[in-house]
Design a protein around this ligand. Structure first.
Ligand code: ACO
Length: 394
């Protein structure tokens, strides 16, 4: 018996275990005036619906990171600094040119984000000036790197950012080489607000664990990008669209669902279910569905939307009783598809937005840091003899 034999309660995946104290965002469920249960998401106490309607992504990033809404002067300074740091060094571009064009853009983003750390020296953390500069650089350069990889994999040179365009419009411009329609740019900006932060999810936990070692912020973001990529997390938006493609027609929705459940009664339908929003639709999915409808009205219908609506209806029948409803990833893909964004860029677009939340958690972690060092429950044996290689058997 050693000290390591003490048996704490085991929670696989740390489910329900508070990993930090945080005032950045809140998620929960409330009963509204009509007596209906609904999902709640607040950034620094402000409901997501109000931010989606009145704010913009840069202001929301300031709010998340610095804890309050900026004044005119603060917002101007923050935006100007971000806009003037959007270029990336030619060595980063050269490195990216060597990436295989068949590689996934999330892998390209993870590698490029980590590579930024090579250029900006590691100061002792927390040094407020270094923290502030890293925040600006990461918010500024991540969209440029996503857009650059998109153009490079098509064999084109990346385009320079345009100082006269705001955050979302400039990203779309760098991605498509065309100045976007103002409605499209506005919708993209709202999408970025909706995806900017969501409490202690897997990628944010990843950010905080890496931050707690006092690793540089570029490594913090690179590790979070890697965690976001998985299909159970941010990767679900891409998987959702692939599922709609596979279903193909409205008539095929019910047979598809029945076939999936016949093969595996525990089949996970992408874009459905959430750890917190049990029994309610994700509030972000409600806003995204409205945005999708606005885009369809202006730029033409998408038949995949009918498939998505029918799938939501059929799954309500099959899974609704168990509290499983659409999450943020269900309608975001349809919005991005209408904007002409390729399916494998959906998760990188999510990452561009979530950088704001990851940076807010990085900064908060540094304020009261303690290195993450959970424990484990050892399931092996003890004191086994070392067997010489000649005496080992298959
Ligand atoms: N389709 C079918 N059944 C589901 C789904 C789903 N999408 N999600 C959960 N369930 C079922 C589970 O099979 C389980 O059933 P059981 O109680 O009979 O065993 C029950 O609901 C609870 O599921 P868990 O996986 O334990 O719920 P958890 O809170 O851990 O999962 C998660 C949340 C990972 C998001 C899950 O719902 C899922 O895998 N969804 C699909 C992937 C997805 O859309 N991910 C994006 C999430 S949002 C984000 O990360 C940005």
């Amino acid at each position: 018996m050693t000290e390591g034999d003490r048996k704490p309660e085991y929670r696989p995946g740390l489910e329900g275990v508070p990993a930090a104290k945080s005032s950045i965002s809140y998620v929960g469920i409330q009963t509204n005036d009509l007596g209906e249960r609904e999902g709640v998401l607040e950034y620094r106490s402000i409901p997501i619906q109000a931010l989606a309607e009145h704010s913009n992504f840069v202001e929301t990033a300031f709010l998340l990171i610095w804890g309050r809404l900026p004044t005119h002067a603060e917002l101007d300074k923050f935006s100007t600094e971000i806009y003037s740091h959007r270029r990336i060094k030619y060595r980063i571009k050269d490195m990216m040119k060597c990436f295989p064009e068949t590689g996934h853009p999330m892998d390209a983003l993870q590698a490029s984000a980590a590579a930024l750390g090579l250029f900006y020296s590691r100061h002792t953390l927390p040094n407020p000036e270094y923290v502030g500069q890293a925040i600006i650089r990461l918010l500024a350069k991540i969209p440029t790197m996503v857009a650059a990889f998109q153009l490079m994999r098509k064999g084109n040179d990346p385009v320079m950012p345009r100082d006269d365009l705001d955050y979302a419009a400039n990203f779309l411009y760098m991605l498509t080489e065309k100045e976007p329609d103002p409605i499209v740019a506005k919708v993209m900006d709202v999408c970025l607000i909706l995806h900017a932060e969501h409490t202690m999810n897997a990628s944010t936990f990843s950010a905080r664990v890496t931050a707690s070692t006092l690793a540089d912020p570029y490594t913090v973001i690179a590790s979070s990008v890697g965690t976001l990529a998985g299909p159970l997390h941010g990767g679900a938006n891409e998987e959702t669209l692939l599922m709609l493609e596979k279903i193909g027609t409205v008539a095929n929705v019910r047979p598809y669902v029945e076939q999936c459940l016949k093969l595996d009664p525990k089949h996970k339908f992408m874009g459905f279910g959430h750890r917190v929003y049990k029994g309610v639709k994700d509030p972000r999915a409600i806003i995204l569905q409205n945005l999708a409808e606005q885009l369809f009205q202006k730029f033409g219908y998408d038949p995949y939307y009918d498939i998505a609506l029918e799938l939501e209806r059929v799954l309500e029948e099959y899974l609704g009783g168990r509290g499983i409803y659409p999450n943020v990833d269900y309608y975001s893909g349809l919005v991005y598809r209408k904007m002409g964004i390729p399916t494998d860029l959906f998760t990188p677009v999510f990452a561009i937005a979530r950088v704001a939340g990851w940076l807010a958690h990085w900064n908060e972690q540094l304020q009261e840091n303690r290195i993450f060092r959970p424990t484990q429950i050892y399931t092996g044996s003890h004191q086994q003899p070392y067997i010489a290689i000649d005496n080992r058997h298959e």
